[in-house]
Design a protein around this ligand. Structure first.
Ligand SMILES: Cc1cc2nc3c(=O)[nH]c(=O)nc-3n(C[C@H](O)[C@H](O)[C@H](O)COP(=O)(O)OP(=O)(O)OC[C@H]3O[C@@H](n4cnc5c(N)ncnc54)[C@H](O)[C@@H]3O)c2cc1C
Length: 651
C-alpha cells in the first residue's frame, strides 16, 4: 500500500492521510485488493449491523447488496419512499466501456477520458476501477430488467456524451435515472421483504455518533412527528447525494442538501475539494426572480442539437428568420474535433462568454439556442421524437415553446458537486467506520465530471465496491458491542436538540428561504462559473455576516415536535451557510483554474482554464476546526502514471 503524504499549509498539525491505493499495476489493483480483503463467514453476517443513509442509486444499491449478503441493514431516507430520491431525475444515460459499437472504446479509453475530462484532478486508481466496473453495472441492470433503449435488431443502443469521441452511453429514453432507480428499488424491496433491510423513511440524519474514534451511530429526526431517535451500528455509510443547492437555484431536487456530510465533517471527516462544482450547460434559462428551481435539458440533446447565437450583438429577429451565414455555431467553430460535444465546463464557459458579449438570446439575454432543425431534416421528426420526446415535452410545458418548431433556449446552471467527503480507495472517510458513496463523496471526477458518469459511479460504489470494502472493515476490526444507551449517543442527541430548539426560538423576521436565496446569489456571483480573488474575498466577508443574521433574525413558523417543513429548511440552510464558506476558502486557496473551477486570474490566451500542476496537483482535504476558525488543509498528492499530464484540448 502507498501512503499519501500530508503537507500541512495553513496550520501545523501532525497527521497522515492514508489513501490505501494498492501498489500493483493499475489493471490488477482492484482484483488483488479484493483478493486480499478479509471475508465474514455467511453465518456471522447477521450478527453485524450496517446503517446506510440514503436510498438513491448509491444507497439503495448498497443496502440491497449488503442485505442480500446477509448483514442486518438499516436504511434511512428523508423521503417518503426510496423512489423519490433525486437519482430519479437523471435523464441522459450511464456510461460503460462495453464497446458494443466497436468504435474504439475500451476500459483504458473510458479511464483516460475521465481523468482528462476531470482536468487531472482525480485519483488514477479510483478512475481505472470505475471504468473496469462499468461493464458489470450494465449486466447487473439488464439482469434486473432495466429497459435500456435497444436498436432495431434488439441490441442495447448507445449515444455519445460530452468530452468523448465514442458512443458508450446506455440510456432509457430521457428517464435513465428513473429506470435504474426502479431496478435498485426492487432489489431493495426484495431485501426488505426478506427481513434483512429495515427501511426508515421520512427520517433525517442530523448527526453522527462517534464512539472511541469510530462511527457507531446516528441521531435522526422523524419528520412527521419531530421525534429525535438514536440508532447504533457497526458501520455507517453515507449515500446522501450532492450539495448544488448551496446555490439555491440548481437542477437538483429542492430537498437535496448537505446536512449529512456537513455534520459528519464537523465530527472529523475531512471534506475533499469543496469548491469543485459543476455548472451544466444545457438548462432552461431563469425566467423570473421568484423561481425556486432550474430544469435540466439532458446533455444527450447535444448529440443532435446544434448550439448557436447570432454573429452580431443585439439581434432581435426570431431564430428561424436568422439566415445560416449570420449564425455563429461557436462550439463547432472553436472546437472542430469535439464540436457540440465538448465537456460541460467548456460548453458552459463558452455560453457565458457569448452572453457576456451581448449575443445572448431570450428575454434577459441569458441564453443560447439548441437547434434541432438539421437533425429533424436528417433523421425525421419521428426519430427525434423517439429519442428525446419526453425532454421536448418538459421544455414545452415549462416555456410554452415547441422545440420541434423553434430552437430551445438553454443556459448553464448549478448541477453537480464533484467535491464531497474525502474517502480512501475503500470509500472510507477519515472517521474509521464511516463510508461515503455516490455524489456525497469527493468522488472520481476530479475538477469536472463527464456526463453519464455519476450514475456509473453511484452504482459502482453501491453494487460492487462497498459490498467488498465494508465486510473487509467488519472482518478486520474489533468492534465492541455498542448500543444507544452509551453516553456518546445521549450527548450528541442533546446537542441536536439544543440546536433545533435554538432555531425555533429565534422568532425573527426572515424566512429560511430568504436567507437561502441570498446565500445562493453570493455563491453564484462570486463562487460560480468564474471566480476571482477579489470576488471570493468579498463572499468570505459577507457569508459570516449573513450567518450571524440568520441566527439572530430567522423566523420559523410552528414548533419542533411536529411536522415542520420550515424547520427542516432552516436546519439545512444553517449547514449550507457553513459549507459555503469552506467552498470559498477552497476556491481562494486554489489559485489555478481546472475543470469547472475557473479562476479568472489563471487562463490561457484563448480563455481556457489554465492549470498549475507544479503547485496544485493534489486533492484538498479540509479539516473542521470550529465555527469562525480557519480550517486545516491536508493535501493528497496526485500522480499521473498512466495518463500523463497534458493541457486539455478539445480542438
Ligand atoms: C436533473 C439531473 C439529471 C441528471 N442526469 C444524469 C445522467 O443522465 N447521468 C448521470 O450519470 N448523472 C446524472 N445526474 C447526476 C446523478 O443523477 C446524481 O449524481 C446521482 O443520482 C446521485 O445519486 P446518489 O445516490 O448519490 O444521491 P441521491 O439520489 O441524491 O440520493 C440521496 C439519498 O439520501 C437521502 N438523504 C440525504 N440526506 C439525508 C439525511 N440527512 N438524512 C436521511 N436521508 C438523507 C435522500 O432521501 C436520498 O434517498 C443528473 C443530475 C440531475 C440534477
Amino acid at each position: 500500500m502507498l501512503e499519501t503524504e500530508i503537507v500541512e499549509t495553513n496550520l501545523e498539525r501532525e497527521s497522515t492521510l492514508i489513501a490505501r491505493i494498492p501498489s500493483d499495476p493499475i489493471e490488477q489493483q482492484w482484483d488483488k485488493c479484493r483478493f486480499n480483503m478479509k471475508l465474514v463467514n455467511p453465518a456471522n453476517r447477521r450478527k453485524h449491523s450496517i446503517i446506510i443513509v440514503g436510498a438513491g442509486l448509491a444507497g439503495a444499491a448498497a443496502a440491497a447488496t449488503l442485505g442480500q449478503q446477509g448483514y442486518h441493514v438499516d436504511c434511512f431516507s428523508y423521503h417518503d419512499t426510496p423512489r423519490r430520491a433525486h437519482s430519479i431525475a437523471a435523464q441522459g444515460g450511464i456510461n460503460a466501456a462495453k464497446n458494443y459499437r466497436n468504435d474504439g472504446d475500451s476500459i483504458f479509453r473510458l479511464f483516460k477520458d475521465t481523468v482528462k475530462g476531470g482536468d487531472y484532478r482525480a485519483r488514477e486508481a479510483n478512475v481505472y476501477r470505475l471504468a473496469q466496473i462499468s461493464l458489470n453495472i450494465i449486466d447487473q441492470c439488464v439482469a434486473q430488467g432495466v429497459p435500456f433503449a435497444r436498436e432495431y435488431g434488439g441490441l442495447l443502443d448507445n449515444r455519445s456524451f460530452g468530452g468523448v469521441q465514442v458512443s458508450r452511453t446506455f440510456y432509457a429514453r430521457g428517464q435513465t435515472g428513473q429506470q435504474l432507480l426502479l431496478g435498485a428499488y426492487q432489489a431493495l424491496e426484495e431485501q426488505i421483504a426478506a427481513g434483512t433491510v429495515t427501511m426508515h423513511t421520512r427520517s433525517e440524519l442530523l448527526d453522527v455518533v462517534i464512539v472511541e474514534g469510530r462511527a457507531r451511530g446516528l441521531v435522526t429526526r422523524h419528520l412527521p412527528t419531530g421525534r429525535l431517535e438514536c440508532h447504533a451500528a457497526d458501520v455507517i455509510v453515507l449515500a446522501t447525494g450532492g450539495y448544488s443547492n448551496v446555490f439555491y437555484l440548481s437542477t437538483n431536487a429542492k430537498a437535496s442538501n448537505c446536512t449529512a456530510i456537513w455534520r459528519a465533517h464537523r465530527r472529523g471527516a475531512l471534506f475533499g475539494n469543496p469548491c469543485f462544482t459543476q455548472i451544466h450547460p444545457t438548462c432552461i434559462p431563469l425566467s423570473s426572480e421568484y423561481q425556486s428551481k432550474l430544469t435540466l435539458m439532458s446533455e444527450s440533446l447535444r448529440n443532435d442539437g446544434r448550439i448557436w447565437v447570432a454573429k452580431e450583438k443585439g439581434e432581435t429577429r426570431a431564430p428561424n428568420d436568422i439566415p445560416e451565414n449570420e449564425r455563429d455555431y461557436y462550439l463547432e467553430n472553436r472546437y472542430p474535433s469535439f464540436g457540440n460535444l465538448v465537456p460541460r465546463d467548456v460548453a458552459s464557459r463558452n455560453a457565458k462568454e457569448v452572453c457576456d458579449e451581448g449575443r445572448g438570446v431570450g428575454p434577459h439575454g441569458q441564453g443560447v439556442y439548441l437547434d434541432f432543425a438539421d437533425a429533424i431534416h436528417r433523421l425525421g421528426l419521428e426519430t427525434v421524437r423517439e429519442k428525446y420526446g419526453n425532454l421536448f415535452e418538459i421544455y414545452q410545458r415549462i416555456t410554452g415553446e415547441d422545440a420541434y418548431q423553434v430552437p430551445m433556449r438553454i443556459y448553464p446552471a448549478p448541477h453537480y458537486t464533484m467535491g464531497g467527503l474525502w474517502v480512501d480507495y475503500h470509500l472510507m472517510s477519515t472517521i474509521p467506520g464511516l463510508f461515503v458513496s455516490g455524489e456525497a463523496n469527493f468522488s472520481d471526477h476530479g475538477a469536472n465530471r463527464l456526463g453519464a458518469s455519476a450514475l456509473m459511479q453511484g452504482l459502482a460504489d453501491g453494487y460492487f465496491i462497498l459490498p467488498c470494502t465494508v465486510p473487509d472493515y467488519i472482518a478486520s476490526t474489533k468492534l465492541d458491542p455498542v448500543d444507544t444507551s452509551h453516553p456518546a449517543f445521549m450527548s450528541v442527541e442533546a446537542e441536536v436538540r439544543t440546536r433545533i430548539k435554538t432555531l425555533v426560538s429565534i422568532k425573527g423576521k426572515r424566512s429560511p428561504d430568504s436567507f437561502h436565496k441570498e446565500l445562493g446569489k453570493i455563491m453564484w456571483d462570486d463562487c460560480g462559473m468564474a471566480r476571482s480573488d477579489a470576488g471570493l474575498r468579498k463572499a468570505l466577508a459577507r457569508i459570516p455576516e449573513l450567518r450571524e443574521e440568520f441566527w439572530g433574525n430567522l423566523r420559523i413558523v410552528g414548533g419542533d415536535d411536529e411536522l415542520n417543513q420550515s424547520l427542516e429548511k432552516a436546519n439545512r440552510v444553517s449547514d449550507f451557510l457553513e459549507l459555503a464558506e469552506l467552498m470559498c476558502v477552497d476556491a481562494l486557496d486554489r489559485s489555478e483554474s481546472c475543470g469547472g473551477h475557473f479562476r479568472v486570474e489563471s487562463q490561457t490566451p484563448e480563455g481556457e482554464a489554465k492549470r498549475d500542476d507544479a503547485n496544485f496537483s493534489y486533492t484538498a482535504a479540509w479539516e473542521w476546526k470550529g465555527l469562525g476558525q480557519a480550517p486545516i488543509l491536508h493535501k493528497e498528492p496526485l500522480t499521473f502514471e498512466y495518463v500523463p499530464l497534458s493541457q486539455r484540448s478539445y480542438k
